[in-house]
Design a protein around this ligand. Structure first.
Ligand SMILES: Cc1ncc(COP(=O)(O)O)c(C=O)c1O
Length: 396
């Protein structure tokens, strides 16, 4: 039978003629080197792939700031990384303490419940991060096996500023810790070994400025040994780290690895290593600060108090009578610019991860927002915003 397509036009007819600048909560724009690598298909087994994998692991050790050799790529979104972490450490009879700041923190609890583990959640007191004393109060009363924490809760723009102390506390009480660094890794410090974190995971599409659909996860050596020794069956075949080790440790077949994604992530990591983490953290901080101060000068207010504001995804209060969905569509259509809305909050979110942290991209956001909101009757002070922007840019 002949396939009768509605028309036989290729993909280019579906894509916008002028590319849309991705300034939302991810995916983010990718550098040329990543885009190029992502077009190459090689065999997933054999010498070339082995060399690629070992370089990816070496560079990931630098980016995760760890010496562990148990770093695996996952063919899947960051949530698959979360699922590998959670299902490795939890099963019926095990207890997890979930620090819940919003949508992504809550995903840990959902996954843990579906594994039959006992789940307790801690919520912030109002608009706040989770405080060390809140965790301590619970740990003194009850025992747990695992603690989960998101470094940056992208959904509301809050950073867990006490992460290091909370992880140290959890260790003192004998818990294993899982950190979601999906929107933060390589944008701000997260020294896995120094802070004693047991598992960290990240997706390709945010700070690494690589592509969506491939994730990286690092297990400390002792945590991997613990998982290797467990006798309970693993609920997921693809997400079993012991099976992943066959490919990532021994170069043998597990499943057909996502070769284009691995090559793309190789390039993403390589560019981070070339830039160095210190310079990258500084670039992220400067760019995000420039964005925030410029937005305020234009007349916006920021949703999250500065003390625990997440720099990598900036949450901005929406203005009256503006439907964020309509604003977002308008910006895509008229400014070729994408920003994000939020899950139930009346905010818009602008990302500052990887390639988003370039002055020319920030300027496009300021111009775009002034244009977009003017269509809803809000005349923002673009001149003042650009003055602040230019001042920050000239200071480098
Ligand atoms: C902090 C955080 N964790 C987890 C996720 C889930 O990532 P993915 O959609 O790649 O599964 C996201 C996505 O935005 C995130 O921001």
């Amino acid at each position: 039978m002949k396939y009768l397509a509605p028309d036989s036009q290729d993909l280019s007819t579906l894509l916008p003629e002028i590319p849309v600048l991705l300034m939302g909560s991810g995916p983010v724009p990718v550098p040329h080197e990543v885009a190029k690598a992502n077009t190459i298909v090689i065999s997933h087994l054999g010498d070339t792939m082995k060399k690629v994998v070992s370089r990816v692991q070496l560079m990931a050790q630098y980016v995760f700031q760890t010496k562990t050799s148990k770093i695996f790529g996952i063919s899947g979104p960051s949530s698959a990384g979360m699922e590998m972490a959670v299902s490795s450490l939890l099963w019926p009879g095990r207890k997890v303490l979930v620090l819940n700041l919003g949508t992504f923190s809550a995903r840990f609890a959902e996954m843990a419940r579906s594994l039959g583990a006992e789940v307790q959640e801690i919520f912030p007191k109002g608009m706040a991060p989770i405080y060390v004393d809140q965790v301590k109060d619970i740990l003194e009363k009850e025992s747990f096996d695992v603690l989960t924490i998101v470094q940056g809760e992208t959904s509301c723009g809050v950073k867990n500023i006490y992460l290091q102390d909370i992880v140290a506390l959890a260790k003192n009480f004998g818990l294993l810790t899982i950190v979601d660094a999906v929107c933060t890794l390589s944008t701000m410090p997260l020294p896995m070994d120094e802070w004693g974190i047991d598992i960290v995971f990240v997706g390709g599409q945010k700070g690494l400025s690589a592509v969506p659909g491939i994730s990286l996860i690092a297990f400390s050596e002792s945590t991997f040994d613990f998982v290797s020794a467990r006798t309970q069956p693993m609920p997921h075949w693809c997400l079993d780290p012991r099976r992943a080790y066959k490919f990532w440790g021994l170069g043998e077949y597990h499943y057909t690895a996502p070769v284009t994604g691995i090559l793309a992530i190789h390039e993403g990591l390589r560019l981070i290593c070339e830039e160095t983490l210190e310079a990258r953290f500084e670039r992220h901080l400067k760019c995000s600060t420039t964005l925030q101060r410029s937005l305020e000068a234009m007349g916006f207010s920021l949703f999250t108090p500065e003390e625990f504001r997440l720099n990598s995804v900036v949450a901005i209060n929406n203005l009256p009578n503006v439907k964020t969905k309509e604003l977002i569509s308008l910006l895509i259509k008229e400014c070729h610019l994408e920003i994000s809305g939020a899950f139930g909050l009346d905010i818009i979110r602008v990302g500052q991860m990887g390639e988003q942290c370039r002055y020319e991209n920030i300027q496009r956001v300021l111009l775009g927002l002034a244009h977009g909101y003017s269509k809803f009757g809000h005349h923002l002070d673009l001149e003042s915003g650009l003055q602040v922007f230019n001042k920050f840019r000239s200071e480098g």
